[in-house]
Design a protein around this ligand. Structure first.
Ligand code: SIN
Length: 313
Protein backbone atom coordinates (compact mmCIF):
# COMPACT_ATOMS: atom_id res chain seq x y z
CA UNK A 1 0.00 0.00 0.00
CA UNK A 2 1.28 3.44 -0.92
CA UNK A 3 1.61 5.63 2.15
CA UNK A 4 -0.06 9.05 1.74
CA UNK A 5 2.34 11.91 2.43
CA UNK A 6 0.83 15.23 3.53
CA UNK A 7 1.58 18.03 1.02
CA UNK A 8 3.24 20.99 2.84
CA UNK A 9 0.72 23.87 2.93
CA UNK A 10 1.49 27.20 1.31
CA UNK A 11 3.13 29.45 3.95
CA UNK A 12 1.00 32.43 4.96
CA UNK A 13 2.82 35.74 4.42
CA UNK A 14 0.00 38.01 5.58
CA UNK A 15 0.64 40.38 8.47
CA UNK A 16 -1.25 42.90 10.55
CA UNK A 17 0.65 46.11 11.26
CA UNK A 18 -0.87 48.85 13.44
CA UNK A 19 -4.28 47.24 12.87
CA UNK A 20 -3.89 47.27 9.06
CA UNK A 21 -3.88 43.98 7.11
CA UNK A 22 -1.13 43.48 4.51
CA UNK A 23 -1.26 40.53 2.08
CA UNK A 24 2.49 40.16 2.48
CA UNK A 25 5.15 41.92 4.56
CA UNK A 26 6.95 43.81 1.75
CA UNK A 27 6.65 47.60 1.97
CA UNK A 28 7.88 49.94 -0.75
CA UNK A 29 10.06 52.38 1.20
CA UNK A 30 9.54 56.11 0.75
CA UNK A 31 11.40 57.96 -1.99
CA UNK A 32 11.97 55.09 -4.40
CA UNK A 33 9.16 56.14 -6.74
CA UNK A 34 7.97 59.71 -7.15
CA UNK A 35 4.99 59.44 -9.45
CA UNK A 36 1.69 58.19 -8.01
CA UNK A 37 1.29 55.86 -11.00
CA UNK A 38 4.63 54.16 -10.26
CA UNK A 39 3.54 53.66 -6.64
CA UNK A 40 0.20 52.22 -7.75
CA UNK A 41 2.05 49.89 -10.13
CA UNK A 42 4.26 48.72 -7.24
CA UNK A 43 1.09 47.68 -5.41
CA UNK A 44 -0.06 45.82 -8.53
CA UNK A 45 3.36 44.19 -8.76
CA UNK A 46 2.98 42.67 -5.32
CA UNK A 47 4.09 45.25 -2.72
CA UNK A 48 2.30 44.51 0.56
CA UNK A 49 2.10 48.27 1.17
CA UNK A 50 3.43 51.39 -0.55
CA UNK A 51 4.96 54.51 1.01
CA UNK A 52 4.72 57.90 -0.68
CA UNK A 53 7.65 60.29 -1.11
CA UNK A 54 7.97 62.44 2.02
CA UNK A 55 5.81 65.53 1.60
CA UNK A 56 6.59 69.00 2.95
CA UNK A 57 4.26 72.00 3.18
CA UNK A 58 5.80 73.82 0.23
CA UNK A 59 7.08 72.42 -3.06
CA UNK A 60 10.75 71.36 -2.99
CA UNK A 61 12.81 71.22 -6.19
CA UNK A 62 15.38 68.88 -4.66
CA UNK A 63 19.16 68.85 -4.98
CA UNK A 64 21.13 69.19 -8.23
CA UNK A 65 21.58 66.12 -10.47
CA UNK A 66 22.91 63.50 -10.31
CA UNK A 67 20.83 62.58 -7.28
CA UNK A 68 21.62 58.88 -7.15
CA UNK A 69 24.84 57.03 -7.94
CA UNK A 70 25.53 53.29 -7.87
CA UNK A 71 28.67 51.79 -6.37
CA UNK A 72 29.84 48.18 -6.04
CA UNK A 73 27.66 47.26 -3.06
CA UNK A 74 24.84 49.77 -3.08
CA UNK A 75 23.78 53.31 -3.83
CA UNK A 76 24.35 56.81 -2.57
CA UNK A 77 21.53 59.32 -2.95
CA UNK A 78 20.82 62.93 -2.23
CA UNK A 79 17.42 63.82 -3.62
CA UNK A 80 16.84 66.63 -1.14
CA UNK A 81 13.23 65.65 -0.40
CA UNK A 82 11.97 66.70 -3.84
CA UNK A 83 8.16 66.78 -3.68
CA UNK A 84 5.23 68.79 -5.04
CA UNK A 85 4.14 70.27 -1.69
CA UNK A 86 1.09 69.59 0.46
CA UNK A 87 -1.80 70.60 -1.81
CA UNK A 88 -0.70 68.57 -4.85
CA UNK A 89 0.41 65.71 -2.58
CA UNK A 90 -3.11 65.48 -1.14
CA UNK A 91 -4.56 65.05 -4.63
CA UNK A 92 -1.95 62.42 -5.46
CA UNK A 93 -2.69 60.59 -2.22
CA UNK A 94 -6.41 60.47 -3.05
CA UNK A 95 -5.59 58.83 -6.40
CA UNK A 96 -3.31 56.29 -4.72
CA UNK A 97 -5.92 55.44 -2.13
CA UNK A 98 -8.46 54.82 -4.88
CA UNK A 99 -6.23 52.76 -7.15
CA UNK A 100 -3.68 51.01 -4.95
CA UNK A 101 -4.25 47.31 -4.34
CA UNK A 102 -2.39 47.54 -1.04
CA UNK A 103 -2.39 49.89 1.97
CA UNK A 104 -0.88 53.35 1.47
CA UNK A 105 1.54 54.86 3.96
CA UNK A 106 1.73 58.65 3.61
CA UNK A 107 5.14 60.04 4.54
CA UNK A 108 5.61 63.62 5.76
CA UNK A 109 8.62 65.78 6.49
CA UNK A 110 9.05 69.16 8.20
CA UNK A 111 11.78 71.12 9.94
CA UNK A 112 9.52 72.37 12.76
CA UNK A 113 7.19 70.51 15.13
CA UNK A 114 4.33 72.88 14.24
CA UNK A 115 4.72 72.11 10.52
CA UNK A 116 4.75 68.36 11.22
CA UNK A 117 1.49 68.90 13.07
CA UNK A 118 -0.05 70.94 10.25
CA UNK A 119 0.98 68.34 7.66
CA UNK A 120 -0.33 65.50 9.81
CA UNK A 121 -3.68 67.24 10.31
CA UNK A 122 -4.17 67.86 6.59
CA UNK A 123 -2.85 64.55 5.29
CA UNK A 124 -4.84 62.42 7.76
CA UNK A 125 -8.02 64.12 6.50
CA UNK A 126 -7.41 62.18 3.25
CA UNK A 127 -7.29 58.98 5.35
CA UNK A 128 -4.10 57.14 4.42
CA UNK A 129 -3.86 53.73 6.09
CA UNK A 130 -0.76 54.82 8.06
CA UNK A 131 1.15 58.09 8.51
CA UNK A 132 4.96 58.01 8.48
CA UNK A 133 6.96 60.81 10.09
CA UNK A 134 10.27 61.11 8.29
CA UNK A 135 12.45 62.27 11.18
CA UNK A 136 15.64 61.04 9.60
CA UNK A 137 16.59 62.38 6.13
CA UNK A 138 20.39 62.82 6.18
CA UNK A 139 20.46 65.02 3.06
CA UNK A 140 19.08 68.32 4.29
CA UNK A 141 21.36 68.93 7.28
CA UNK A 142 22.84 72.01 5.57
CA UNK A 143 19.36 73.56 5.39
CA UNK A 144 17.67 72.34 8.57
CA UNK A 145 20.35 71.03 10.93
CA UNK A 146 20.72 67.50 12.24
CA UNK A 147 17.79 65.12 11.66
CA UNK A 148 15.22 65.11 14.48
CA UNK A 149 15.71 61.36 14.93
CA UNK A 150 19.21 61.96 16.30
CA UNK A 151 17.61 63.45 19.43
CA UNK A 152 15.22 61.46 21.63
CA UNK A 153 13.47 64.49 23.17
CA UNK A 154 12.83 66.26 19.88
CA UNK A 155 11.60 63.04 18.23
CA UNK A 156 9.18 62.48 21.11
CA UNK A 157 7.98 66.10 20.89
CA UNK A 158 7.13 65.71 17.19
CA UNK A 159 5.30 62.41 17.77
CA UNK A 160 3.30 63.89 20.65
CA UNK A 161 2.27 66.91 18.56
CA UNK A 162 1.26 64.73 15.61
CA UNK A 163 -0.72 62.29 17.75
CA UNK A 164 -2.92 65.19 18.90
CA UNK A 165 -4.20 65.70 15.34
CA UNK A 166 -3.77 62.34 13.57
CA UNK A 167 -7.26 61.07 14.44
CA UNK A 168 -7.50 57.28 13.94
CA UNK A 169 -4.59 57.06 11.48
CA UNK A 170 -1.71 55.10 13.03
CA UNK A 171 1.56 57.03 13.24
CA UNK A 172 4.98 55.50 12.64
CA UNK A 173 8.34 57.23 13.11
CA UNK A 174 11.12 56.66 10.57
CA UNK A 175 14.42 56.47 12.42
CA UNK A 176 18.03 56.97 11.43
CA UNK A 177 20.82 54.47 12.10
CA UNK A 178 23.23 57.41 12.49
CA UNK A 179 23.03 57.48 16.29
CA UNK A 180 24.96 55.88 19.13
CA UNK A 181 21.87 54.36 20.74
CA UNK A 182 18.86 53.70 18.53
CA UNK A 183 17.08 52.03 21.49
CA UNK A 184 16.87 55.38 23.27
CA UNK A 185 15.18 57.01 20.27
CA UNK A 186 12.84 54.03 19.81
CA UNK A 187 11.76 54.15 23.47
CA UNK A 188 11.21 57.91 23.25
CA UNK A 189 8.89 57.71 20.23
CA UNK A 190 7.00 54.76 21.71
CA UNK A 191 6.60 56.70 24.98
CA UNK A 192 5.23 59.66 23.02
CA UNK A 193 2.52 57.50 21.47
CA UNK A 194 3.97 56.25 18.17
CA UNK A 195 2.07 53.22 16.90
CA UNK A 196 5.08 51.80 15.06
CA UNK A 197 8.63 52.40 13.89
CA UNK A 198 10.16 52.32 10.44
CA UNK A 199 13.92 51.84 10.22
CA UNK A 200 16.43 52.34 8.86
CA UNK A 201 16.85 55.46 6.78
CA UNK A 202 20.12 55.69 4.86
CA UNK A 203 23.54 55.65 6.51
CA UNK A 204 26.03 58.47 6.40
CA UNK A 205 26.10 60.78 4.65
CA UNK A 206 28.78 59.23 2.48
CA UNK A 207 30.64 60.39 -0.62
CA UNK A 208 31.95 58.92 -3.88
CA UNK A 209 34.66 60.71 -5.84
CA UNK A 210 35.28 60.29 -9.57
CA UNK A 211 39.07 59.94 -9.67
CA UNK A 212 39.29 61.14 -13.29
CA UNK A 213 37.40 64.41 -12.76
CA UNK A 214 38.50 64.63 -9.09
CA UNK A 215 34.94 65.63 -8.20
CA UNK A 216 32.24 64.14 -6.01
CA UNK A 217 29.84 62.14 -8.18
CA UNK A 218 26.63 63.37 -6.54
CA UNK A 219 25.34 66.83 -7.40
CA UNK A 220 25.03 67.53 -3.67
CA UNK A 221 28.43 65.86 -3.04
CA UNK A 222 27.30 64.01 0.12
CA UNK A 223 24.41 61.54 0.28
CA UNK A 224 22.77 58.71 2.20
CA UNK A 225 24.15 55.21 1.60
CA UNK A 226 21.74 52.33 0.90
CA UNK A 227 21.72 48.85 -0.62
CA UNK A 228 23.30 45.50 0.32
CA UNK A 229 26.34 47.22 1.91
CA UNK A 230 24.20 48.47 4.81
CA UNK A 231 22.20 45.31 5.54
CA UNK A 232 24.21 44.21 8.61
CA UNK A 233 23.66 47.63 10.20
CA UNK A 234 19.93 47.41 9.45
CA UNK A 235 19.69 43.95 10.99
CA UNK A 236 21.45 45.13 14.16
CA UNK A 237 19.23 48.23 14.43
CA UNK A 238 16.03 46.18 14.10
CA UNK A 239 17.40 43.67 16.64
CA UNK A 240 18.07 46.55 19.08
CA UNK A 241 14.70 48.26 18.50
CA UNK A 242 12.84 44.97 19.01
CA UNK A 243 14.55 44.59 22.38
CA UNK A 244 13.60 48.13 23.38
CA UNK A 245 9.92 48.51 22.39
CA UNK A 246 6.64 46.65 21.96
CA UNK A 247 5.30 48.54 18.92
CA UNK A 248 5.72 46.90 15.48
CA UNK A 249 8.64 47.64 13.19
CA UNK A 250 8.91 48.06 9.43
CA UNK A 251 12.52 46.90 9.05
CA UNK A 252 14.63 47.50 5.98
CA UNK A 253 18.02 48.60 4.73
CA UNK A 254 19.67 46.61 1.96
CA UNK A 255 17.00 43.90 1.90
CA UNK A 256 17.31 42.36 -1.56
CA UNK A 257 16.20 38.71 -1.40
CA UNK A 258 13.61 36.57 0.34
CA UNK A 259 16.30 35.25 2.66
CA UNK A 260 17.25 38.83 3.61
CA UNK A 261 13.57 39.44 4.41
CA UNK A 262 13.47 36.35 6.63
CA UNK A 263 16.64 37.55 8.38
CA UNK A 264 15.21 40.96 9.27
CA UNK A 265 11.95 39.38 10.48
CA UNK A 266 14.02 37.08 12.70
CA UNK A 267 15.67 40.27 14.06
CA UNK A 268 12.18 41.51 14.99
CA UNK A 269 10.57 43.25 12.00
CA UNK A 270 6.86 42.76 11.34
CA UNK A 271 7.04 44.23 7.82
CA UNK A 272 10.03 44.48 5.47
CA UNK A 273 11.05 47.74 3.80
CA UNK A 274 12.21 47.40 0.20
CA UNK A 275 14.17 50.30 -1.32
CA UNK A 276 17.34 49.95 -3.39
CA UNK A 277 16.35 46.38 -4.34
CA UNK A 278 13.81 47.92 -6.73
CA UNK A 279 16.74 49.42 -8.70
CA UNK A 280 18.72 46.16 -8.49
CA UNK A 281 15.99 43.63 -9.32
CA UNK A 282 13.31 45.63 -11.12
CA UNK A 283 9.62 46.19 -10.57
CA UNK A 284 8.76 42.54 -9.81
CA UNK A 285 11.04 42.52 -6.79
CA UNK A 286 8.12 42.35 -4.35
CA UNK A 287 6.55 39.19 -5.76
CA UNK A 288 9.98 37.62 -6.25
CA UNK A 289 10.97 38.26 -2.64
CA UNK A 290 7.66 36.75 -1.49
CA UNK A 291 8.26 33.66 -3.64
CA UNK A 292 11.76 33.26 -2.19
CA UNK A 293 10.43 33.65 1.36
CA UNK A 294 7.90 30.89 0.72
CA UNK A 295 10.59 28.56 -0.67
CA UNK A 296 12.64 29.00 2.51
CA UNK A 297 9.62 28.66 4.80
CA UNK A 298 8.37 25.52 3.08
CA UNK A 299 11.83 23.94 3.26
CA UNK A 300 12.14 24.75 6.96
CA UNK A 301 8.54 23.80 7.78
CA UNK A 302 7.30 27.28 8.80
CA UNK A 303 3.64 28.04 8.15
CA UNK A 304 3.43 31.70 9.13
CA UNK A 305 5.67 34.66 9.85
CA UNK A 306 4.62 34.64 13.52
CA UNK A 307 6.80 31.55 13.93
CA UNK A 308 9.95 33.41 12.93
CA UNK A 309 9.36 36.99 14.10
CA UNK A 310 12.06 37.90 16.62
CA UNK A 311 13.34 34.32 16.54
CA UNK A 312 16.95 35.48 16.66
CA UNK A 313 16.51 36.81 20.20
C1 SIN B 1 16.19 62.55 0.07
O1 SIN B 1 15.14 62.99 -0.41
O2 SIN B 1 17.25 63.16 -0.04
C2 SIN B 1 16.20 61.23 0.79
C3 SIN B 1 15.04 61.08 1.70
C4 SIN B 1 15.40 60.45 3.01
O3 SIN B 1 16.49 59.88 3.16
O4 SIN B 1 14.60 60.54 3.95
Amino acid sequence: MVKKTKKPSNPDLSIKLCGVMFENPTVLFSGIYESPQDLINASKNGAGAITTKSVSIGLREGHPQPRIVKFDHGFINSVGLKNPGLEKAKEELKKMLLESKSPVIASIFADKTSDFQKLAKEITEVKPHILELNLSCPNVEGEFGRPFATDAKISAKVVRAVKKVSKKVPVIAKLTPNVLDIKEIARAVEGAGADGISAINTIGPGMIIDIKTKKAKLGNKRGGVSGPAIKPVAIRCIFDIYEAVKIPIIGGGGITTGEDAIEIIMAGATAVGIGSAVYLRGRNVFSEICKEMKVFMKKEGYKSLKEIRGAAH
